[in-house]
Design a protein around this ligand. Structure first.
Ligand code: SF4
Length: 470
């Protein structure tokens, strides 16, 4: 009888949260008990992120706190999972004496074995990167809920010069389409209402027979009442086929996270982003023609090496041109091992911060203006639960991923789709009044797609184009 109790803390991106569910699946299959109470655990795992220096500093701080537990009970196994395990194996094992276990993103299958090694007093170390591992036969340990994240591929081949991901998560490889569809079927049976397909660069998904548009269409076809989302996209791989597929299925959300990173072609080249701003803006225009009402969010880095004030102004200009609904905005953080690390980090920190604040202020202004224009519209909201601020209100999101708050209505519960008339908005939140229950998002949303025309191709696929008559 395996009496071990495992406690896991997760840091960083959605991929890491999905990996934690995977790890919990692997360990519970081996009889481990998953606990949310660190005091009762004899295995403590931190699933870490290395994307920026402050993410790593947080882990060092946490390891400092865990030393108390280790001192009290030296039998406790303390382990580091995720990207730091890959990037800082030497330092973590040799310098941070309290770490007993180090397992990178491609060796989770052997975690039970490494934990046993650590219990035996040796260091459990598994940091090999794989060209094939996708864990597609592992059923993640998932608590009941509404939203689920499914990793459909792992790794990245883009090698943006500022990014550690290709070094911490290895080369791109995709799960089989069938394994993803089986997982969505299980979630549909359990009453989940939203699925987000995950990948560092999800658009380059390919299982050898199916590309990402095929996977998206198959995912949307499992249960028409499940909203399908996906992240993160790379402009290089946003195909017409993918855009038409988003337009074709009412339950594929009208929301694309499309990192731009900088508005300057010179900086984009130094970042090895493989597109120009002109190419990027053409993509946005095309997407807006094919998917009316589609919303975009992005990632932006301020203060990349050699960035001038003019480069910065070009970034502000692109933000205004596109009009993003939201953005993840950070200042450049040099990462050892990346190509950019060898470039002189010559933008002073206070300048990076000043430019980042200008970017954040502009984005707030843009989000506010976009949300003001939604006052008077009626939105379809997937109810997620009571609002954080008051039980008298319910919270949910639009298919364009906007948080919406409205007064509680009778017999409306988490998982319901409802109509809400928007009457107020901030840069982050919409507020409104409940106007009715939505029986099926397919019928309502197809009103949106009424603006589109469907023609069948010889291969039997449905092609969608703008319906000029409407
Ligand atoms: S696309 Fe670029 S930024 Fe994104 S994970 Fe890959 S290397 Fe990193």
């Amino acid at each position: 009888m395996n009496k071990n109790k495992v406690y896991i803390e997760t840091y960083g991106c959605q991929m890491n949260f999905a990996d934690t569910e995977l790890v919990m699946g692997i360990l519970s299959n081996k009889g481990y008990q998953i606990t949310k109470d660190i005091a009762e655990a004899n295995v403590i795992l931190l699933n870490t992120c290395s994307i920026r220096d402050n993410a790593e500093q947080r882990i060092y701080g946490r390891l400092g706190n865990l030393k108390v537990i280790k001192d009290d009970n030296p039998e406790t196994v303390i382990g580091i999972l995720g990207c730091m395990a890959e990037r800082l194996r030497k330092e973590l094992i040799e310098e941070r004496k309290i770490v007993d276990l180090l397992v990178g993103p491609d060796e989770y299958r052997r975690l039970p074995e490494f934990i046993n090694t650590a219990f035996a007093g040796e260091k459990g170390i598994g940091v090999k990167l794989s060209r094939t591992e996708t864990y597609d036969d592992i059923i993640p340990f998932r608590e009941d809920g509404l939203s689920a994240w499914i990793s459909v591929m792992r790794g990245c081949d883009k090698f943006c010069t500022f990014c550690v991901v290709p070094f911490t998560r290895g080369r791109e490889r995709s799960r089989s389409l069938n394994s993803v569809i089986d997982e969505i079927k299980r979630l549909s049976e359990r009453g989940f209402k939203e699925v987000t397909l995950l990948g560092q660069n999800v658009n380059s998904y390919n299982d050898g027979g199916n590309d990402f548009a095929d996977l998206l269409a198959a995912s949307a076809s499992v249960d028409s009442q499940i909203r399908i989302r996906f992240t993160t996209s790379h402009p290089q791989d946003l195909s017409d086929k993918l855009l038409y597929t988003i337009a074709e299925y009412p339950n594929i959300c009208n929301y694309i996270h499309l990192p731009v990173q900088s508005g300057s072609n010179r900086i984009l080249e130094l970042m090895n982003r493989t597109y120009t701003i002109e190419h990027y803006l053409n993509l946005i225009d095309k997407a807006r023609k094919i998917i009316p009402g589609v919303s975009f969010s992005t990632d932006i880095i301020s203060g990349f090496p050699t960035e001038t004030y003019e480069d910065h102004l070009q970034t502000l200009e692109v933000m205004q041109t596109v009009g993003y609904d939201g953005a993840y905005m950070f200042k450049y953080s040099p990462r050892e091992g990346t190509k950019a690390y060898n470039m002189k980090d010559d933008v002073p920190d206070e300048v990076k911060t000043k430019r980042l604040n200008e970017i954040i202020d502009l984005q707030h202004k843009i989000s506010y203006e976009i949300n003001q224009k939604m006052i008077g519209t009626e939105e379809i909201i997937l109810v997620e639960g009571p609002s954080k601020k008051s039980d008298a209100f319910l919270a949910g999101r639009t298919d364009t991923n906007k948080v919406t708050i409205f007064p509680k209505a009778e017999n409306i519960h988490p998982g319901d789709y409802v109509k809400v008339k928007i009457n107020r908005a901030t840069s982050a939140t919409l507020f409104g009044e409940y106007t009715g229950r939505v029986r099926s998002i397919t019928t309502v949303e197809s009103a949106r797609s009424g603006r589109l025309k469907r023609t069948s191709t010889k291969s039997g696929r449905t092609l969608v184009s703008a319906n000029t008559k409407s």
